[in-house]
Design a protein around this ligand. Structure first.
Ligand code: PYC
Length: 413
């Protein structure tokens, strides 16, 4: 038995480490206030402290860590996007994810499985080819596979030609991975907290104080604090906080539901996606199938799951894996997807000089957590927009420089 385990098990001198220092009073002022204690906000705080030595930072969250969208997704990580800007950005995220457990001294259960996006039509095959070429050009492993190779990669898929949507081929992306989503937030939060960052859970920002086009502080339900800079990283509430800051974000918020089955013996190694059937599924280390489908078809701020979604998703899952018919579901949940017109996120400067935005993640916020945090921290610390996130600037909508990424969505819209 490892010595560490004995030490912690038998001695009162070694209490288990808390994730974060207990919440104290808010200080009168901070160098940086980060609104939103999800993965992105905490990762930004971590890289501010670690790479830029800025530790007079408060992360404010209206709920609890891991309780928002960070814990309400299906934890898929990939970089097989359609636009070169998207591919480069998510590729850096994968590189950071690979070493994250060691970097944070916290096991995020990162597991590289391969990601398979099924094509059921010629049009889908064409888009896959396009993505493969963009990916390979940028050094990202992706390939088009036809039915024989697919049968080898994922032998459990129903490849019959006598079904509604026979599978023609797939985009295979070996780096596709899963991780434990809330552990990513706990890991970043814990490491940031150990470097002096304050994490204030159950602290709601109710206003942003401005003077001469600059932020001077924020008002919270626990009092006002002054600050030199603010970052908003509040998936699901992005338009509301932007409104407080005095500008409009081109975002519509729609619910995205998902569910998890009872644990099963491991049978599915790859992450399997079908855009035509509106299905994505992976098997967690606990054996549960983590499954999701299309966004709800209307904007809404509600995390209430529906029976209609579950019935529709199960019908589609059974077309791919008919042998799952008797499997029971354990849980169902809903997250909020902040959709932009071009399906790419918004990162960088805002009309308020010292207020920075990290928003519009739609259905890919989790997989961007490390890179968004690292590059937002660089922006906040240096005032220079890093090249990797510059294409995602808010002003692109005014400039008609959109970054159409819908063709890379796993989620139906
Ligand atoms: O983009 O891989 C994805 C994804 C899966 C579920 C939500 N987004």
């Amino acid at each position: 038995m490892p010595f560490g385990l004995l030490k912690y098990g038998f001695s009162k001198k070694y209490p288990a480490r808390r994730h974060f220092a207990p919440r104290g009073d808010l200080r009168p002022s901070y160098d940086v206030v980060i609104i939103g204690g999800g993965g992105h906000g905490l990762a930004t705080a971590y890289y501010l402290a670690k790479e830029h030595g800025i530790t007079n930072v408060a992360v404010l969250d209206k709920g609890y860590i891991g309780g928002g969208n960070t814990g309400r997704n299906t934890a898929i990580i990939r970089s097989n996007y359609l636009t070169p800007e998207g591919v480069r950005f998510y590729d850096e995220s994968i590189r950071l994810f690979r070493d994250l457990s060691q970097e944070l001294d916290y096991n995020i259960l990162y597991s590289e499985r391969g990601h398979v996006t099924l094509a059921h039509t010629d049009a889908a095959l064409r888009t896959m080819r396009w993505r493969v070429e963009v990916n390979k050009h940028l050094g990202v492993a992706s390939e088009l596979v036809l039915r024989d190779e697919l049968a080898r990669l994922v032998p459990q898929i129903n490849l019959s030609e006598h079904v509604r949507y026979p599978v023609l081929g797939a985009l295979h992306h070996p780096p596709g991975s899963i991780a434990r989503h809330d552990a990513v937030a706990w890991g970043y939060g814990g490491a940031a907290s150990r470097m002096g960052v304050e994490i204030h859970q159950k602290t709601t920002v109710t206003d942003i104080l401005k003077k001469n086009g600059r932020v001077v502080g924020v008002v919270t339900d626990r009092g006002a604090v002054a600050c030199a800079k603010t970052v908003q990283a509040v998936a699901g509430d992005s338009s509301l906080i932007a409104k407080m800051a005095g500008f409009r974000a081109p975002i519509l918020t729609v619910p995205l539901q998902a569910c998890v089955s009872q644990p099963l013996k491991p049978f599915l190694d790859a992450i399997v996606v079908s855009g035509s059937l509106h299905v994505y599924v992976s098997q967690s280390d606990r054996g549960e199938l983590v499954m999701g489908g299309a966004t709800d078809p209307y904007p809404l701020y509600s995390t209430r799951p529906s029976l209609e979604f579950k019935e529709g998703l199960m019908a589609h899952i059974l077309e791919l894996f008919p042998f799952l018919a008797e499997v029971k579901l354990l849980r169902q949940w809903s997250g909020m997807a902040d959709m932009t017109p071009d399906f790419s996120p918004i990162m960088g400067l805002t009309p308020l000089e010292n207020h920075y935005i990290d928003a519009g993640w739609g259905t890919w916020g989790f997989k961007a957590t490390p890179v968004a945090g690292k590059r937002m921290a660089e922006l906040v610390a240096t005032g220079e927009v890093p090249g990797l996130i510059e294409p995602f600037r808010l002003s692109r909508f005014r400039e008609f420089k959109l970054l159409g990424e819908k063709g890379a969505a796993s989620v139906g819209h």
